[in-house]
Design a binder for this molecule. Structure first.
Ligand code: MBD
Ligand code: FE
Length: 256
């Protein structure tokens, strides 16, 4: 047997066994089975598989995949990363509308290797929601809004300005929202900024930073908050600012 087939049998076979055992334990009815089947069809037709999986499953994959990795903890990528954010020009500021709502937020810090050595020229790819919890590229917001890539300087330092995102409800008008309502859960994520930090010879760091004054830090529907990812913006003049150090694990081939 090929390893792919063995792996399929191991993981999918086990998954089906667990579902079948649960049906007996929870005494699932035929009506519930038919409703579940229709709901799964609806998730696909609404294009919500990326949302559903990233909200309810990705955190477990992320935890497993990074459990022995050196450097900063990361978090899930989520469904709203776009790979082609342009590089911004200094002084770095994520694209905003003239009347963009939300407090001004300055993010700065350093990118280093796991041992603290700075990584000149590291790239930080940032994206976050607006003050209404909407992401450009997945809403009516102008393309490219509140997204961009920033390059760190010769000492691995960076600084970028943006606005403070609001706590965020995942879209709840569709089948994912129906599930959340039927189960009596809430659809909220705490206010967060997504980052993908890359540097030569290092493993990419996919992470999110959570604002310490946000609601839902203890109840993220996506289960993706870790204490080391909570930041503490301070008021300075007319804006808020915080610093963060991203420590990247050397890539396996470079780790020798
Ligand atoms: C998000 O903004 C997000 O970060 C995740 C993980 C899921 C849905 C929306
Ligand atoms: Fe998000």
């Amino acid at each position: 047997m090929s390893t792919t087939i063995q792996r399929g049998d191991q993981v999918v076979g086990e998954l089906l066994q667990r579902i079948n055992a649960l049906i007996a334990e929870a005494d699932v009815t035929y009506d519930e089975y038919q409703a579940a089947k229709q709901w799964l069809i609806d998730v696909g037709e609404a294009g919500e598989w990326p949302l559903l999986l990233d909200v309810f499953v990705e955190h477990a994959v992320e935890a497993q995949a990074t459990r022995r990795r050196d450097g900063s903890e990361g978090s899930i990528l989520g469904p709203y990363h776009l790979p082609d954010h342009p590089f911004l020009e200094p002084p770095f500021e994520l694209p905003q509308r003239p009347d963009e709502r939300g407090e001004s937020l300055w993010i700065s810090g350093r990118v280093t290797s796991a041992d603290g050595r700075p990584l000149p020229g590291a790239v930080l790819d940032l994206w976050h929601a607006d003050a209404d919890g909407l992401y450009s590229g997945f809403s009516e917001l102008p393309a490219g809004l509140l997204r961009g890539k920033v390059r760190a300087d010769e000492e691995g330092r960076f600084a970028v300005r943006t606005i403070k995102p609001a706590p965020y409800t995942i879209p709840h008008a569709g089948p994912t929202g129906r599930l959340i309502a039927v189960c009596g859960w809430h659809p909220w994520r705490p206010a967060h900024v997504h980052l993908l930090v890359t540097a030569e010879g290092h493993e990419p760091l996919v992470t999110q930073l959570y604002l310490d004054d946000s609601e839902y830090l203890d109840g993220d529907i996506a289960g993706a908050v870790k204490p080391s990812l909570v930041v503490h913006p301070q008021p300075v003049g007319d804006h808020l600012e915080f610093e963060y150090e991203f420590r990247l694990a050397p890539a396996p081939s470079a780790a020798a």
